[in-house]
Design a protein around this ligand. Structure first.
Ligand SMILES: Cc1cc2nc3c(=O)[nH]c(=O)nc-3n(C[C@H](O)[C@H](O)[C@H](O)COP(=O)(O)O)c2cc1C
Length: 314
């Protein structure tokens, strides 16, 4: 193949250039370094770290992961080492990784979110922050912010004021109007949006008459949510001017293309890494083949290229 026929997979958002639009999603790729010997990190766009809080968190007791038809329910409860320990023990190794690293951030109060950002501001090696305003699995978790446009506006405005890096706001799918929530985040100064986080759900063991997860409810992810996520990404992308990172059930390169057509500039892959730890790399490589076969020269041209006729009212 001659060089000019190799498709250009590079994408840009918020001043960050990715070699291709595939990132590993938060909570499914540890702190990146754990995957160094499994995934060729120089073949993927990047990864988002597990959510970081001000102090370390142990998460919820087991069982906290349940397989379900075409997906997975989790209630990990945001287990993490805490922002200070992250900077000390994880970030030095992350800096040497050959792909973009984004830090996922959360807190139970606006002040706690800002404190994490301020701790991370002091350190090199992070391209952007992803503000988790959408976790369904902790009491007082981010979802209380992500489902109320006024609270989300205040959170994003204050987080943006202290942030020295681009701020990506991760939205919850558990809302009535994603367009209203997306606009609230954009109006408050978000540099980009990412969606979707998991869908609030429940798995029951009929024999014991108990919830299968110790936490009770959990978050549904994986192929089961893909059509739901595509609709939400489409609506969010058409409601705002800022870039959107799409995710929810992506397991193949063609799934990734579908999210880009719906309006995503880049995509994230989460649950697929549980079934196939190399999924992120496989999907990134699959995009080269897909674009070559479909004669797409620049993958960025796919963003928002869905031909859908008149748009539904947002
Ligand atoms: C086990 C697990 C842990 C997760 N932890 C986080 C987290 O810490 N922060 C976050 O923003 N999203 C978290 N997520 C949500 C994923 O990043 C992603 O938004 C969601 O799973 C949908 O994508 P998928 O269907 O490809 O998994 C987690 C998901 C799973 C399955």
């Amino acid at each position: 193949m001659i060089a000019s026929h190799i498709p250009d997979l590079r994408v840009r958002f918020c001043g960050i250039e990715l070699r291709n639009p595939v990132l590993a999603a938060s909570g499914t790729f540890g702190y990146g370094v754990e995957f160094e010997d499994i995934v060729a990190l120089n073949k993927i766009g990047g990864f988002v770290t597990k959510g970081l809080s001000r102090e370390a968190m142990a998460g919820n007791p087991a069982p906290r992961l349940i397989e379900t038809a075409a997906g997975m329910l989790n209630a990990v409860g945001l287990q993490n080492v805490g922002a200070t320990e992250f900077v000390k023990s994880k970030l030095p190794a992350i800096r040497n990784l050959p792909c973009v690293a984004i830090a996922n951030v959360f807190g139970t109060t606006i002040g706690a979110y800002c404190a994490v950002i301020q701790t991370l501001n002091e350190a090199d090696g992070i391209a952007a922050y992803e503000l988790n305003a959408s976790c369904p699995n902790t009491h007082n978790g981010g979802m209380v912010f992500g489902t109320d446009p006024l609270m989300l506006h205040e959170l994003v405005q204050r987080a943006k004021a202290v942030s020295r890096r681009p701020l990506i706001v991760k939205l919850s799918p558990n809302v009535t109007s994603i367009a209203v929530i997306a606009r609230a985040a954009a109006d408050a100064g978000a540099d980009a949006l990412s969606l979707v986080n998991t869908f609030l759900s429940l798995s029951i063991d009929a024999k014991t008459r108990k919830a299968r997860l110790s936490h009770g409810t959990g978050g549904l992810s994986g192929p089961a949510i893909k059509p739901l996520a595509l609709r939400l990404v489409y609506e969010a992308a058409h409601a705002v001017e800022i870039p959107v990172l799409g995710m929810g059930g992506i397991t193949t390169a063609e799934d990734a293309v579908e999210f880009m057509l719906a309006g995503a500039t880049a995509v994230q892959v989460g649950t697929a890494s549980y079934a196939d730890p190399r999924a992120v790399e496989r999907i990134a490589e699959g995009l080269t083949k897909w674009c070559t076969r479909q004669r797409v020269d620049k993958i960025a041209s796919l963003t928002g290229a869905l031909e859908m006729g008149p748009r539904p009212p947002l």
